[in-house]
Design a protein around this ligand. Structure first.
Ligand code: LLP
Length: 420
């Protein structure tokens, strides 16, 4: 359920017509619906209400400070993977004790910043990182709460580029070594092991891989406790898939049930790091058709958004539904289009042979389900502007990131000047 619906033949974000925003702000732009964000957070929170759970929104999915704040106001914490994301979470009002810090390559200075800030925990991903963190924390006279991120060697059955839980993936500590590492960590003065974490991948459309990972976590918790070690937290990561097309995906409530079924009696505080599930359907990307070009074998709809604005189709062959902003006449004939951007790469393609209502120059279209990993992965390739992000709440909208045009980009650069 989202709040992007047609009213009188026009697509609205909550109570504002997208055509009105397009006129005022110009295209392309991202727009988020605050009511949808809040609803999705609530749905996830309800799904895990029967267990002791901290929901740490995965900031990488959408790191706009207004988005983080909307969630933080509902009680969300944050899962961050850089000092940049940590600063965003803090600025948006997330209390430090609700921030968890994941990532395979945290540098010494990043670890130091996390310890200094006094965040809830660092999710340690290697023995090497553990040693450095232990050193850093001791130098600072601190004992940093940590969980060990385990690589459970489970196939998440999702796109290869976003699978993270197989032994060949760079993430986490091999489950076979994790108990020994935990034991060692419990004797270190600079860290305080609190428990385990896992995150096996993103956009999971089947619950079984979660079940396999949860079982492994449970075995390991028992083993650690059997050794007399304390385990009070289990971080189950994110990864729940969402429907990009008509396909079925597990509901958050089913995921919550699975957690209770497999781990409900574990007597730990749970942490969750959902990203996509919270923001994916709360955002769309609106773009205008520049040309409709008749090729020999294809008709191309060339639009003003490009792969730099929404990378998912070119990077993962991801599907995003494309809908007209002004609803087409149901009787009107449809046509197959390749929907492409203006960038000088064939990969700058959003959809191939997509059946859409007839398009013409000036038509507005919207990519659905673009709230997660849309704006956060955008860039300025081809010296394009970084496009605006907007938040809608009822009848109002706010520009929550303005367009970064080429003059401002060039202001960051300098002509090299040499001594000779
Ligand atoms: N926790 C950790 C440690 C993660 O690495 C991730 C995502 C999440 C939580 C959140 O996962 P989610 O609930 O959003 O599935 N750019 C890709 C997705 C990359 C996901 C990376 N890690 C895409 O556009 O599909």
């Amino acid at each position: 359920m989202d709040h992007f619906q047609y009213k009188n033949g026009e697509l609205y974000a909550e109570n504002i017509a997208l055509s009105k925003i397009a006129q005022e702000v110009g295209t392309p732009f991202y727009v988020y619906s605050q009511a949808t964000l809040e609803r999705h957070y609530q749905v996830f929170a309800d799904a895990v209400k029967d267990i002791d759970a901290t929901i740490c929104f995965a900031v990488k999915a959408n790191s706009n400070i207004s988005v983080i704040k909307a969630l933080s106001d509902l009680g969300a914490g944050a899962d961050v993977v850089s000092v940049g994301e940590m600063k965003r979470a803090l600025k948006a009002g997330v209390p430090a004790d609700k921030i968890v810090y994941s990532g395979v390559g945290k540098s010494r200075s990043e670890l130091k910043a996390a310890v200094e800030t006094g965040i809830r925990q660092i999710n340690v991903e290697s023995e090497e990182e553990l040693a450095v963190l232990n050193e850093v924390a001791q130098e600072m006279g601190a004992r940093m709460p940590i969980v060990l991120r385990v690589n459970p060697d489970v196939d998440a059955k999702t796109h290869a580029k976003i699978s993270t839980g197989k032994s060949g993936n760079k993430f986490g500590i091999d489950w076979k070594r994790a108990v020994e590492v935990y034991q060692r960590a419990s004797n270190m003065a600079g860290v305080e092991p609190k428990g385990l974490a896992c995150h096996i991948g993103s956009q999971l459309t089947d619950l079984e891989p979660f079940r396999a990972a949860f079982r492994r976590m449970k075995e390991m918790v028992s083993e650690l406790r059997g050794l007399g070690l304390d385990v009070s937290r289990v971080d189950l990561g994110g990864g729940l898939g969402i429907p990009y097309d008509e396909g079925d995906t597990p509901l958050p409530v089913e995921y919550g049930k699975l957690v209770v079924e497999e781990l409900g009696d574990l007597d730990v505080e749970f942490e969750f790091e959902p990203g996509r599930m919270i923001v994916g359907n709360a955002g769309i990307l609106v773009s205008e058709v520049i040309y409709v070009k008749e090729g020999l074998s294809k008709t191309f709809a060339i639009i003003d958004a490009a792969m730099n604005d929404l990378m998912r189709p070119s990077l993962y062959d991801a599907y995003h539904a494309i809908v007209p902003v002004i609803e087409a006449d149901a009787e009107e004939a449809k046509q197959l289009y390749d929907v492409v951007g203006p960038i000088c790469e064939t990969g700058d393609t959003f959809a191939k042979d997509r059946l859409l209502n007839k398009l013409k120059t000036g038509d507005l279209i919207a990519f659905r389900t673009a709230g997660a990993y849309g704006a956060t992965m955008s860039n300025t390739y081809n010296s394009r502007s970084l496009i605006p992000e907007l938040m809608v709440k009822g009848e109002e909208y706010a520009i929550i990131r303005r367009r970064l045009d080429i003059e401002e980009q060039m202001d960051l650069e300098a002509l090299a000047s040499w001594q000779d």
